[in-house]
Design a protein around this ligand. Structure first.
Ligand SMILES: NC(=O)c1ccc[n+]([C@@H]2O[C@H](COP(=O)([O-])OP(=O)(O)OC[C@H]3O[C@@H](n4cnc5c(N)ncnc54)[C@H](O)[C@@H]3O)[C@@H](O)[C@H]2O)c1
Ligand SMILES: O=CCc1c[nH]c2ccc(O)cc12
Length: 471
């Protein structure tokens, strides 16, 4: 449980809380360059047009993004190629030691990294601390496997909306003793992304993003016959049967919809509830949704921060308008939210929304919204709900709430999704593979199997005797 304690929370007697310089929303302005390769932060080589990056919590300019052009990308990739040479010559044990050191640095800077992630992304500090813990656990887990494996170097392009914390990770690996450019960061949008996909020295492309962009990535990678891992979008179903523990089903539905302001790929946004328990479910889910504390994401009691950008907030709100036009009922939320604190007034907040009387053909039920909008649908039979749950082009995750173990297993066996949850939702431990069926993606992240997606198999035949020739 220790990993879940933040410095402002209760900790075991005798353990000192780390001293953390606290950031506050609206107080940060980043002037240092955000690209990183060959051992240091770098500006783009050309005086390119800088793009404003905004702090979601306040709408203030946080920093300026200098997109990397072909020369920058080429430098970063060439440097990564050199790093790969050094890294592959190190023993598994040496590589594992560096990874463990990086994990320790992350642990010691937990609060600082989490606060910067909040400023960058807009999510609550409580979630950001858990994300930092996940990152550390992930590195520790793979360090445990590294002893027996070959390694890779990586050039990472973050979303242009959240460019800040990836560079911190690059600095941490460098501090931990990784070869120069083992993990590099190039900033930019689709042009920079496409330069990476096309670069002849990039041997593998791993992409996290939407289905339409994923399709373009696959197309670009196909030109160089490069393998791809695609972690794409979802429209995942959550099935709540009549015999479920209603209290836990409601908790599960909230966890399935409102983490990170609903900006989670695996969210269970199509909530199918058995018709006999629908009124009780709706009453409770609406009551709890209305109680969600929205506001300054750096405050400990905030449970919902700001969405990632103004255009994205507008898009999510327009999905709610469209749902109303198509006949759904807004049971709560779905409105822009203006916090009372004047410094947050330009932030991208909305009230979490529950839509009732949804039907399968509505836009809110068919399309990924990627915001805090739960669509609730009613069902009668198991057979019917399974057919409707699978009636989607995506298949990232799915969940079922029931007290009947046989039903739970039967339902999960028939759900076409990469991660299935029984009586819970959105649990993603690093030991367990994560990835989608159908258009939700290709390949897996996490777990041992992921190693396969980042490795080449080489078969070597050694003849110890004479060649048995037919000629
Ligand atoms: N399956 C997963 O693990 C997972 C995790 C997080 C998010 N997602 C999905 O990501 C989406 C939200 O993220 P988003 O809005 O950043 O997605 P997006 O597809 O708009 O952008 C993702 C990234 O692709 C880059 N990009 C855009 N067009 C490109 C192009 N033509 N060539 C190369 N790169 C290009 C962007 O700069 C960005 O870095 C949702 O659909 C969500 O479900 C999936
Ligand atoms: O938005 C989706 C993020 C996510 C949640 N759990 C996992 C596990 C592994 C991943 O690669 C992404 C995610």
């Amino acid at each position: 449980m220790l990993q879940r304690l933040g410095p402002f929370m209760r900790r075991p007697a005798g353990q000192l809380a780390p001293v953390v310089r606290g950031l506050s929303s609206g107080s940060v302005s980043i002037k240092v360059p955000l690209n990183f390769w060959a051992g240091k932060r770098r500006a783009s080589h050309e005086k390119c047009i800088k793009e404003n990056v905004y702090e979601p919590a306040t709408g203030k300019i946080l920093c300026h993004l200098e997109p990397c052009d072909a020369v920058d990308v080429d430098q970063a990739v060439k440097a990564a190629k050199l790093a790969f040479g050094h890294w592959s010559k190190m023993s598994g044990m040496e590589r594992a030691r560096i990874m463990i050191k990086a994990a320790h640095i992350i642990e010691s800077r937990r609060e600082e990294i989490a606060q910067m992630e909040v400023i960058d992304n807009g999510k609550s500090i409580t979630e950001a601390r858990l994300d930092v813990d996940s990152a550390r656990l992930c590195i520790e887990y793979y360090a445990g496997l590294a002893n027996t494996l070959a390694g890779n170097s990586m050039v990472f392009k973050p979303s242009p909306l959240t460019p800040v914390t990836a560079v911190m990770l690059a600095e941490i690996y460098a501090e931990a003793g990784a070869p120069e450019s083992l993990f590099s960061v190039v900033q930019g949008g689709q042009e920079t992304g496409s330069l990476l996909c096309h670069h002849p020295d990039v041997a593998k492309v791993s992409f996290t993003g939407s289905v339409p962009t994923g399709r373009k990535i696959m197309e670009m990678a196909s030109k160089g016959v490069k393998p791809v891992t695609l972690e794409l979008g979802g429209k995942s179903p959550l099935l709540i049967f009549q015999d479920s523990d209603l209290e836990n089903a409601v908790r599960g539905a909230l966890m399935a919809n409102f983490l990170s302001q609903g900006q989670v790929c695996s969210n269970g946004t199509r909530v199918f509830v058995h018709e006999n328990i629908l009124p009780q479910f709706l009453e409770e889910v609406v009551k709890r949704t209305q109680r969600i504390e929205i506001g300054d994401p750096l405050l400990d009691n905030t449970r919902m921060g700001a969405l990632v950008s103004q255009p994205h907030l507008d898009k999510v709100l327009s999905f709610v308008d469209q749902a109303k036009k198509e006949g759904a009922t807004v049971l709560c939320g779905g409105e822009p939210f203006v916090p009372t604190d004047p410094k947050l007034r330009g932030g991208y907040y909305m009230t979490p929304c529950v839509l009732g009387e949804c039907k399968d053909e509505m836009t809110c039920v068919r399309e990924e919204i990627f915001g805090p909008v739960m669509s609730v649908l009613s069902f009668e039979t198991e057979e019917e709900v399974l057919q409707r749950a699978n009636d989607t082009t995506m298949g990232l995750a799915a969940g079922v709430f029931t007290r009947d173990v046989k039903r739970a297993h039967r339902v999960v066996e028939n759900l076409k999704a990469g991660s299935c949850f029984i009586n819970n939702y959105n649990i993603t431990p690093v030991e367990v593979p994560f990835g989608g069926f159908k258009m939700s993606g290709i390949g897996r992240e996490n777990g041992q199997v992921t190693i396969e997606y980042y490795s080449q198999l080489k078969t070597v035949f050694v003849e110890m005797g004479d060649v048995d020739s037919l000629f």
